[in-house]
Design a protein around this ligand. Structure first.
Ligand code: BGC
Length: 764
């Protein structure tokens, strides 16, 4: 195929075997189902109630069995041909003779849900209908074993609720009644939670009558089948939490500031996000129901022969994992380090590395190896307690813990001693807050922060000394090495140049616009498409795609190779539909359970976030499709996201909110990064020279192009000056030309952006 034929002509060329499409192919859907089962987390399984076997009789309660939520809403929504709900999954198992279902309930729930949909309620936002006494009695006469299902939906542009009985973080009154009705009548109760983020766990954690709980997340289009695979033991659960499940919503240190204002979010808890808070601050330790990294299996594993040692600049960890139970399964080995408190204060434990075993048969032992740089244990000193604007390894003893959750570890014998405070990387102050009054310290108290000035000044873009080619050149000539890109760009008029730094009209099945589109010079109009849970094509196009599980579930697999496969599969669907840029991975940090888009993001932990994102990017780009790591950065709340200012210390920015992006960029070089809508310390993300030019490109060596988020409120020429190369999905041609004529921006500034856009297109 000729370069860019798909992008130029949108041919109908299936990419599968024997002329078949890969889009929503059986193979991709099977991958989605397998991934879903791998990331669901078994939180509780007392009395070995699960797995269900031997034709056990079951009654399934809760509208979620029918109203199953495959993923979240907004740009992350995926249009599919079908969704398999929890009931569908269990019905299949019944057909296989594994269980028997009380059939009276499904008709009731189906009917009630269809009525609510017809009245305008959306999938996942319906009310729990009230069961009749008769129905409950009949179900109880059939069996003593019940499954309670609960689902939650959230989406882009709005946040969730965290008040008692809100039917969001907490159970609604009608859900609570349903749960109590079931608990009153059934001796064996299993709960299945279908949600994209944290919800209340207290109602089952503290109630011994609920003996098993599966946190099933939002598992994509066949998530209901994956749930049944786990409940019936066809898959042994191996998912581990990537977020701490606290006792109450108010236990999260960011809960108070989350709703303080619509105009700003003050990140007072600083670096103490998730387990960094709960494992460190004394009073918080007891506020956890299910810790970070936790997840049960139907078998038992022993982690032994732990060996930690230093070699060169890295810490190496090896261990053996033995399946000591009687069912095959996978285990996740997690390594945490504990740094000395020093002058800066540190989280008690931080994730350093992890490794998921493949399937281990009963009795089988496998060795795992992990390694991480010593420098990754440094802390960023933003106020100069040790050395200003530097990553430092404070003197003292660094300890290592190996296990299968942050709270179930063994301390390694080896300790790494740092004799004197050591600067591992000297940087400069970037994007610091002008005014953040206070921030949390490791004992849970707060220190006062002085106002600070940001003094970075923009370095003007150097003008290239190339001259236009003697004969008009096409982009393909650049690709083939006949003309340099600098020379190619010189032949463009100012109007043509400016026409390249904003989005272009949709073609084919695209709905998020394209970039490029200068036919005269053979620049294709490269379409973008949404993710992260799958290629999103609008319903009216009548092309359905594969809906993979939500990002949080995928992170709970702790399996970067799986993320690579999903990245590659999704990218093939993007390519087959003649698009070039997949707007994923989304990788903001789960600062608070209420962020409406947490389902699109991976974790509260930046290492997991960065590693998962990097793997997905590698998978996507293996198909010559551009990934777009988004939303850069600190977009941790949806309400008023276009105008909300994230006020956050430079230390928290660097150690938590930027760290995942840093890992992703350094490990996988995404071809594009998407800046976020929000402001960071007073400057819009897309106009943020400190973050885009100095940190992303300057410090981390990012080689790709930066796009805005869609239809933001920023000024285009200021974005270009900051290094944000393109405004999507459209731009303001005349205003950029005016800025050029007024000398607010130079042609050289725009040429650099265009160069990065064209370099990206040439990689496709
Ligand atoms: C979202 C992005 C998305 C874009 C295009 C925006 O509203 O924030 O994540 O990629 O729309 O749909």
């Amino acid at each position: 195929m000729n370069k860019w034929s798909r992008l130029k002509y949108s041919p109908c060329l299936p990419m599968g075997r024997d002329g078949r499409c890969v889009t929503a192919s059986d193979e991709h859907i099977a991958l989605s189902r397998a991934a879903a089962a791998d990331g669901m987390v078994l939180l509780k399984n007392e009395n070995g109630l699960l797995p269900l076997r031997g034709g056990k009789r079951i009654a399934v309660f809760g509208k979620a069995q029918y109203d199953y939520v495959k993923g979240g809403g907004g740009s992350g929504y995926v249009t599919v041909d079908y969704v398999r709900n929890i009931y569908d999954g269990l019905k299949l198992k019944e057909a296989e003779g594994k269980i028997e279902l009380f059939d009276g309930l499904i008709g009731f729930y189906k009917n009630e849900m269809e009525k609510q949909y017809a009245a305008g309620k959306e999938n996942g936002l319906t009310e729990e209908p009230e069961l009749s006494q008769d129905m409950l009695d009949r179900a109880a006469a059939y069996t003593d074993t019940a499954i309670i299902t609960i689902c939650r939906f959230s989406g882009e542009g709005w946040d969730r609720h965290g008040e008692p009985y809100d039917g969001d973080f907490y159970l609604s009154r009608s859900e609570e009644k349903m749960v109590n009705d079931v608990l009153d009548r059934f001796a064996n109760v299993i709960a299945v939670i279908n949600a994209g983020a944290q919800t209340d766990t207290e109602w089952y954690h503290s109630d011994s009558r609920i003996s098993s709980v599966l946190y099933a997340w939002q598992g994509g289009m066949e998530g209901g089948l994956a749930i049944a695979d786990i409940l019936c033991g066809d898959v042994n659960p191996s998912g581990k939490l990537v977020d701490t499940f606290a006792k109450r919503f108010s236990d999260y240190p960011s809960s108070e500031s989350f709703s303080e204002s619509d105009d700003y979010v003050k990140y007072y808890e600083d670096i103490y996000v998730g387990y960094r808070y709960f494992e460190t601050v004394k009073d918080a330790y007891g506020r956890v129901n299910y810790p970070f990294g936790f997840g049960l299996s139907y078998t038992d594993f022993k982690i032994s022969d732990i060996d930690v040692y230093k070699d060169g600049d890295n810490i190496h960890v090896s261990a053996k994992v033995t399946n000591t139970g009687d069912m095959s399964g996978k285990e996740v080995v997690q390594v945490y380090f504990s740094a000395p408190q020093g002058k800066l204060g540190k989280p008690a434990l931080e994730l350093a590395a992890f490794s998921k075993t493949g399937i281990l048969e009963p009795g089988e032992t496998r060795a795992v190896y992990m390694t991480f740089p010593i420098s990754s244990m440094s802390s960023y000193d933003d106020t100069g307690k040790v050395q200003k604007s530097a990553y430092v390894l404070e003197k003292g003893c660094y300890k290592f813990y190996v296990g299968n959750s942050v709270r179930n570890t063994v301390k390694a014998d080896y300790e790494y001693m740092v004799e004197s405070d050591t600067v591992t990387e000297q940087l400069t102050q970037q994007a610091a807050p002008r005014r953040l009054e206070k921030r949390m310290l490791s004992d849970g108290s707060f220190e006062t922060l002085e106002p600070c000035e940001n003094n970075t000044s923009r370095i003007p873009s150097p003008a290239s000394d190339a001259s236009a080619p003697a004969e008009p050149a096409m982009l393909i000539d650049v690709y083939e090495g006949k003309v340099t890109l600098d020379s190619f760009i010189k032949q463009l008029t100012d109007d043509e140049l400016v026409g390249l730094v904003y989005g272009q009209p949709n073609t084919g099945v695209a709905n998020t616009s394209g970039m490029g589109n200068l036919e005269k010079y053979g620049i294709p109009n490269v379409m973008t498409a949404d993710g992260p849970a799958g290629l999103r094509i609008n319903k009216e196009c009548e092309v359905t795609t594969t809906a993979f599980p939500c990002a949080t579930l995928l992170a709970c697999t702790w399996d970067p190779e799986l993320l690579y496969s999903i990245g590659a599969a999704g990218a093939k669907e993007v390519k087959e539909n003649n698009m070039g840029i997949w707007l994923t991975p989304a990788m903001n940090i789960h600062r608070n359970p209420l962020c409406g888009r947490n389902f699109e993001y991976f974790s509260e932990d930046p290492l997991i976030t960065g590693k998962m994102a990097a793997a997905k990017v590698r998978g996507i780009q293996s198909q010559h499709i551009a990934a777009s790591a988004k939303h850069f950065c600190a977009n941790n709340k949806e309400k008023n996201r276009l105008e909300s200012d994230s006020i956050v210390s430079e230390r928290a920015l660097r150690e938590i909110y930027l760290k995942g992006f840093e890992i992703c960029v350094k490990e996988s070089q995404p071809w594009t990064v998407m800046s976020s809508y929000n402001l960071i310390n007073g400057t819009r993300a897309s106009e943020n020279y400190d973050l885009i030019t100095n940190v992303l490109r300057g410090e981390w060596g990012f080689e790709g192009m930066v796009t805005t988020d869609w239809a933001n409120s920023a000024e285009e020429y200021k974005e270009l000056l900051a290094g944000n190369d393109i405004k999507m999905p459209f731009g303001y041609h005349d205003s950029v030309i005016a800025a050029l004529n007024d000398g607010k921006i130079t042609r050289a500034d725009i040429e650099i952006c265009v160069k990065r856009i064209l370099e990206m297109i040439m990689k496709l």
